[in-house]
Structures are given as structure tokens and as C-alpha cells.
Design a protein around this ligand. Sequence first.
Ligand code: ADP
Length: 479
Amino acid sequence: MTVESVPREVDFTRQVRVDRLSTLWKVTIAGAGLLIWLALIMSALQQSVVLDVLLPIGVVVIGCVATGMFLRRGRYETAVWAYAGSILLALVILMMPPATATSTVRRDLIPFILPILILLVGLLLPARATVIMLALSVAVVIFAPNIGRGVLVEPHQGFAILLCITAAGLAFQTSGEIFGIAEWALSSYNKERQIKEALFDTQEEVKRSYVRQKTLADQLKQVNTDLEAAKAAAIEAKNFRGQFLANMSHELRTPLNAIIGFSETMLNFPMMYNNQSLPDAYRADLNQIFTSGKHLLQLINDILDLSKVDAGRLDIEIEPIDLDTVLKGVLSTALGLVGDKRVQLRRDTPQQLPQVMGDPLRARQVILNLMSNAAKFTDEGEIVLGARDNGDGNVLLWIKDTGIGIAPQDLGKIWEEFRQGSAGRQKGRAGSGLGLAISRQLLNLMGGKIWVESELGKGSTFFFTLPIHQPEKVEAQQG
Ligand code: ADP
């Protein structure tokens, strides 16, 4: 059921009264019919009964028919007055002095019917009507029996008036209660209706959110499907790129090794050529061929490493590493990298460093990458290679330089493959843009992390961690 089908305002009191009145007039008419029938039977015995009774009953019948008519037209108040008025008139007729001396009606009893009528009106109409009815009844009790005789109030009339007043009081009291009950019923009904409306609104809201949620879920499903497709395409492209780079690097390395090998032999081993010494004019160019060849090989090795990482085929041998030995080796190599620049190389490590876990060759490769960057981007000042136990199960290593630094907007980019910072793109500092990308991947594989802090024009510090070797842990894992 929808709330709209519930009528907005319902007057319960009126509804109850209309029902009551429609029963009343029907019962009255039935009673009147019965009385007429009785009167007709009795009329066979006594003619005065017909005259005394038929007229008032006729009045009541007409009043009841009018009541029914007014009720059908929705004129409730007029209907009540038609009903009460007809009865009152009938009583007046009954109370009037008899036309014949043989009248059989006990006229002194009729006024005592009036309290019932007052009570009825009190129950059917608001208090104002009860007062009017009381006034009419009192007037009827006083005047009707005395028509043509002057006013004379007998004791039974006084008693009837007293009863009328009591009936009016009772009517006030009872209809007050009825009003109270009706009010209570109405307010309960209104409360229930509000709750129903609120529930209906909530239900509608729930329905709407369900539809919204369903649409969103459908969209999400579509996005997920698209994402899956895009991911599959990306993985395929990555694998293809990895495969291509691996093949190409391999193909390039073979001739390149020949170039490097022969140029080195020609430079350093004249005995291979019957001790014929190389003309000086050739030596410089051949040296250039040898250095460029090595540089190219390094580049190709880096590409190969990256492609292996991409394809998940880079083999890493994790074992305990003695950092002291590695750092010493790297520092002596770095001396050659700095060359004759006014840059001091310094080591900042404690006496004892714990062993770390990793691939010694790859760990060395990472430190050398960072050291060679520091050497490349620093023209004067110092380069510090530091390490300490970080107290969280890792050794923290850092390479700090006083070089050109990295612009804030480049700090995120430099980790991407083939990307270089804007400050470093100068002659003599050109690189492949692969060193940091590889270092990060290698550290990932060894369970470490890498990050940088840098200020343009002041220098950079690259930090990275390697997990400390914990023999108990390894044993526990093996056990
Ligand atoms: P490459 O050095 O071969 O260009 P990397 O991946 O090693 O490639 O470095 C990427 C970029 O990060 C460099 O081009 C440079 O702009 C910046 N960079 C790396 N190390 C330093 C450093 N120590 N000082 C200043 N810039 C650096």
C-alpha cells in the first residue's frame, strides 16, 4: 500500500456519531412502526388511542426519514436536529392537554423522556447543542402541558426539569470523554501515519541507493574488466620488451667483446703482433675505441639486467656479505672515478659493521653506481661513503656528495628508466639514465630500500638499506 492512498484528515468523532445516528434513526423508525402496529391493534378496542398516539408517531417517522435524507447528503448536524426535533415535537404533542376526555396517555410521565433526548443530542452534537436542547426541553416541560391553561409548574414537572439538567451534565461528561478518546485515537493515528510516511521515504531512499549502488557496481565491473585487459596488454608488452632487449643485448655483446678484446690487445700486448709497436698517431684513437667499447658494454649490461628484472629472470644469490671488504674495494675503484678533480673521498663507518644479507656482486654494483654518480656530479668538495647499524634489523648505507644536487621536481623522475635530472644534462655528465632504476630493482630483490635527499647546488645523499644477517633466523627457517 502506498501512503498516498491514506486519507490525510480523518474526523473520527464525526464518523462515530454519523454511524450512531444512522443506526438510531433506523431503530427509531422500526420502533415507531411497531408502535403504529400496536396502536392499530389497540384501536380496534379504543378509538382514543389512535388519536393520541398515531400523530406523534407519524411526526417521529417523518423526522427519521428526513434524518436519513440529510445524512445521505452529508448534512450531519441538520440530520441530528431533524431527528431530535421530530421527537421533541412528538413529545410536545403527547404532553399537550388531551382533545378528548377519554385519552389513555399518562401525560405526566412524558416529560421524563426528555432527559434521554438531551443525552442523545449531547452524545451526537457538541456541547452548544446540549445547552440548546436543555433550554428547549425545559421550555417544553413548563409550557406544553399548560397550553391554554396558563403557566403552572407541578412537582413532577420540576422533577423532570431536574432530570433534564442532570442528563445535560452527564452528556457533557460523556461526550468530553468521547472527545478525549477520539483525540487520542486521532493523534495515535497521525503518529502512525508519520512513521509510515517516514518508513516509506526511507524505503524509497533505500531503493534509490540500491539502484545507484547497482549502477556503480556495474561501472566498477566494467572498469575492472578494462583494467584487466589493459594489465594483460601491459604485461605482454613488458614481456615482449624484455625479450627483445635480452636478445638484442646478447647479439650486441658478441661483436662488442671482439672490439674491446682486440683494441686492448693492440694497445697492451705488442708481442701478439711480432713486437711491432703501434704508431703514436693510432694509439690515442685506439684508446678511444677501447674506452667507448667498455662504456657501451656497461650500457648493454645494464639494459640486459633491467630486461631480466622485467622478465623476472634476474638470478640473485643471497648470502651473508662482509660489508667492510665490499666498501674497501668500492672506495679504491672510486678513486679512479674521481680522477684529478678536487674532491676528497671519505669513509664514515664504525669499527665493526654487522654482516648483511644480499648478493655481494649486486651490492657492489649498487654502491659503485651511486659512487660513480656522486663522482660524475661533484666537481669539488667531498664524497662520503657511510654505513651504520640502523637498529631496526638493517644496515643503513649512504653516499653523500657536495655536487650539483637534484631539483625538487626531478626527485621522483630519476628512478625511472632512461630518465635524467635537468641539472645533470651537461657535457661530460651524460649517462644512460639506467643506474638508479637498476639499483632500486636490485635492492628490492635483496630486501632493501633506496631513497634520496638533495638540495640543488648543495649536494645529494643517497640512502639505502640491506637486511642484517641473523644466523638464528636462518637456522630456524632451515630447521
Ligand atoms: P645516469 O647517471 O646514467 O644518467 P642514473 O639513473 O644513475 O643515470 O641517474 C639518473 C639521474 O639522476 C641522473 O641523470 C642525474 O640527473 C641524477 N643523479 C643521480 N645521482 C646524482 C647525484 N649524486 N647528484 C646529482 N644528480 C644525480
